[in-house]
Ligand binder design. Sequence first.
Ligand code: NAP
Length: 213
Amino acid sequence: MKHKRPFVFINAAMSADGKISTYERRQIRISSDADMRRVDELRAGADAIMVGIGTVLADNPSLTMKSGEKNPIRIVVDSMARTPVDAEIISRKGSPTIIAVSKSAPPKRVEALRGKAEIITVGDRQVSLPELLSELKSRGINRLMVEGGATLNWGLISERLVDEIYVYIGNMIIGGKDAPTLVDGLGFTKPVKLDLLSIEKLDDGVLVKWCVL
Ligand code: NAP
């Protein structure tokens, strides 16, 4: 049976060569000022923002809004409860944080996070994304923004759980065969097709919007 789920869109910034950070997995500013403002507006219109544990460990984002308006719920996809207890995503106040873990997560780590964040347990060894989205929908989350990274994007797209993808392409080359791209994971033998929704010049970069077919 198909799970009921929120409308899901991925938003990312990538270099002209498709990289979303450096080979050291060091965060790099790709977005222009106008793009940063656009991302803030997108966040404000979402019920929740989701990131993978790789992004939390690499970038330590708070995912709070600069404009100080309504802050969407923050969600970390983290099978083994590796989120540090002092991570910005839970310590920076602004909105509730949900950490989605699997049944294999060490109980001690889960307990350390409980109280600081709400825990949702879905999946045996890895977080089951279809089950998680179904659970989020049942909690009234209708519009979910995904802010990466490469592996979570792959997990969601390969499970056919993404409706739209928005990418700001910055005027730079990052390079590196080990640098994360928009979508990593195993890769498809039969590509997922996209329908071009719009293309817009923004500062020195380009904003492209696609619908996933
Ligand atoms: P990620 O996609 O943020 O997180 C991946 C992790 O999520 C997996 O390793 C896995 O760890 C967990 N996960 C749990 N269930 C999953 C599932 N069903 N499918 C997929 N993943 C699942 O990490 P990443 O690929 O290393 O990307 C991080 C990099 O992306 C950083 O360098 C960051 O700077 C960059 N980034 C760039 C942008 C941008 O727009 N430019 C945005 C975000 C991030 P467990 O098995 O431990 O759960």
